[in-house]
Design a binder for this molecule. Structure first.
Ligand SMILES: [Zn+2]
Ligand SMILES: [Zn+2]
Length: 625
């Protein structure tokens, strides 16, 4: 696919189409893999149950609307069968039963492998491994969702026979307590204490990284043991990392952590997940746990007594993005992962946080007086989490729990920070809109939001829902530690209104540090992590409050030079060689205004109304793999 520019998927402009597994243009296109599995599931029954048109692994609500729109045709088509409700349910019960046996799973898998190869989704070996990794969970999900008697017969024969509610919209309830009048934070008095918070995200350690191997191999992840040597005229993977579809060797993470001195000292650390590499087609639970424990041990070794507060990324699990909500019990549940996390992170988290971490991968704690930290498991909002096909309504009750936490903080007069992996503007529509509503209701309490996942340096501004014009919060999306794809390694430090009575706990500024790979990989060089930029100084911001970020977007729209600076920093000092033309610039800036998914109206001040459909089409361009 085009290496950079506007891309696709969930309506975000982003480089390299990182949607399936972050910046995974080269990663096995999971969307298409889902299509293969979905087709394989649909074909044996000759049912008109296809995967959504864009081969989306997890259709957005828009797709449920599509299903609903085609329902009358389906009902008509099935009408001549004279299919009665009990027969329909009997038929789907039989399909369900038939699909669950081992021979059927193997058969579905073999069809999916053939489709994967036929459609050239990935090299044959990757097709085979990936399908075997996903087939059990996928069959389970499809039989419990799309092919379940109630869902399928509800779609085919109408609501009197069953209920088709996959991806229907839902609302969490807010307490009856009236919203206090908005009160923007006051700037701290000169000389007030300032906290430094180290922010690590998307470390993506590749255990099999090997210097000198082919950085442009045919597999979705390169620079590794099985990548082979590069062509004679091409250089091999660098010692510290590579500007390609490669992750990081452990020594680069060690270098990052050991070189933190000049950026510190730190009061605490936020660490928002994605620890393992992007070799998603061949990861075992054992591999994921090794990454979790190895990297956690490394972080502990270098940060010593500083408290680290982690959040769960989409790559922690295997299959990638597979995070069953707590109603899935037994071996297919996430018990193996959350239990290991609770054990590894036990020194940093209090008992109550460990309790909810074990259940749903999220928690809350009070790192200091007056501040509540909430770590969300954003996989429960994810379009890629195929388990949500079974039920996507507030998975694990996480948003309702969040409301309870925010109300309690408001009652106490505390401020709240939220950390998470996938940013809210990338979530399933209902989740995203509910979250947006919560942010607006608790705007006085919510002092900071911090995410990762896109691997690039960006942000998302939140507005009041009534006018969509008053900026009231901002989510910071920090760049990754990994180079994936074509980036310098890096990390972020937030300066926050400090630890004193009456602190606003808001972000005052942020700094981004990188390792310049070109320099580091020179023969005889030693790695030198340096400050890339300070946000307020570089962008001329009066402060780091939501309005300043809102204004910056509009300034960048008018000032191409300023946008070029942003584009350079967005890629951690290693922008793509292709320039970002007007459509790319528009879509990139629009993304900074879109903390809520499927809301083109948020960009209406950026572009004339007449152009909105075009912006939308930029957003919804299907992922090319
Ligand atoms: Zn990542
Ligand atoms: Zn991610």
């Amino acid at each position: 696919m085009p290496r950079h520019g506007v891309s696709p998927g969930q309506g975000r402009p982003r480089s390299d189409g990182e949607q399936a597994s972050d910046r995974s243009s080269g990663a096995p296109c999971l969307r298409l893999l889902w299509l293969g599995l979905a087709l394989a599931l649909a074909l044996p029954n000759s049912l008109v149950l296809w995967s959504p048109a864009e081969a989306h692994p997890l259709p957005a609500q828009g797709h449920s609307a599509k299903f609903i729109r085609i329902a009358p045709q389906l009902q008509e088509a099935f009408g001549w069968w004279n299919l009665t409700c009990p027969t329909c349910k009997g038929l789907f019960t039989a399909i369900d039963f038939g699909l669950r046996n081992q021979a059927s799973v193997a058969w579905v898998g073999s069809v999916a492998i053939k489709l994967c190869m036929l459609l050239k989704i990935a090299p044959p070996a990757v097709c085979q491994s990936a399908v075997h990794l996903f087939e059990d969970d996928m069959v389970e999900v499809w039989t419990r969702s799309v092919l379940s008697p109630s869902e399928a017969c509800g779609l085919l024969l109408g609501s009197s026979c069953g209920h088709w509610d996959i991806f229907s919209s839902w609302n969490i309830s807010l307490p009856a307590v009236p919203k206090p009048p908005p009160q923007p934070p006051k700037p701290p008095a000169p000389g007030s204490p300032v906290s430094r918070v180290l922010f690590l995200t998307d470390l993506h350690w590749d255990h099999d990284y090997l210097e000198g191997t082919d950085p442009n191999c045919e597999n979705p992840l390169c620079c590794r043991r099985d990548s082979g040597p590069p062509p004679a005229s091409q250089p091999g993977a660098g010692y510290w990392g590579e500007y390609s579809k490669c992750d990081l060797p452990l020594r680069t993470l060690e270098s990052l952590l050991s070189g933190l001195g000049p950026a510190g000292p730190f009061d605490m650390v936020y660490w928002t997940g994605d620890i393992p590499a992007h070799n998603v087609w061949q990861q075992s639970r054992q591999d994921q746990l090794r990454a979790l424990t190895t990297v956690t041990a490394l972080v502990k070794k270098f940060l010593g007594p500083v408290r680290v507060y982690p959040a769960v990324g989409n790559h922690e699990s295997t299959p990638v993005n597979g995070f069953p909500p707590p109603f899935i019990k037994g071996n297919q549940s996430s018990h193996w992962l959350y239990e290991a996390m609770a054990e590894a992170w036990e020194p940093w988290l209090p008992a109550e946080a460990l309790r909810t971490l074990r259940i749903g991968g999220f928690y809350a704690l009070s790192p200091r007086p007056g501040l509540r930290l909430i770590s969300l498991n954003m996989n429960f909002c994810s379009r890629e989490n195929f388990w949500l096909l079974i039920n996507s309504t507030d998975p694990a009750g996480q948003l309702q729990w969040l409301v309870g936490e925010l109300q309690a903080a408001e009652d106490r007069g505390d401020k709240v920070h939220i950390i998470g992996h996938i940013p809210p503007g990338h979530c399933l529509k209902s989740w995203s809109w509910n979250y947006y509503r919560i942010v607006e209701r608790y705007e006085n309490t919510l002092a900071g939001q911090f995410f990762g996942h896109t691997h690039v340096d960006e942000f998302e501004v939140f507005y009041d829902e009534e006018t969509l014009s008053r900026p009231l919060s901002v989510a910071f999306l920090a760049p990754s530690a990994t180079t994936y794809i074509g980036l310098n390694p890096g990390y972020r430090v937030y300066q926050i209104d400090g630890n004193y009575s009456g602190s606003s706990h808001v972000v005052l500024d942020h700094e981004t540090y990188i390792l310049n790979l070109t320099e580091a990989n020179e023969p005889g060089a030693t790695p030198h992590w340096h400050l890339l930029y300070r946000a307020r100084e570089t962008y001329g911001l009066p402060n780091a409050l939501p309005t300043a970020w809102h204004d910056l977007v509009y300034r960048m729209w008018r000032d191409t030079q300023l946008f070029q600076t942003f584009w350079f920093l967005y890629h951690k000092g290693h922008p793509p060689s292709e320039p970002c033309g007007t459509p790319c610039r528009l879509a990139t800036l629009c993304a900074q205004l879109s903390a809520r998914s499927d809301s083109p109206a948020l960009c209406r001040h950026l572009v004339p109304d007449a152009s909105l459909p075009n912006v939308q089409s930029l957003w919804s361009r299907p992922l090319l793999c």
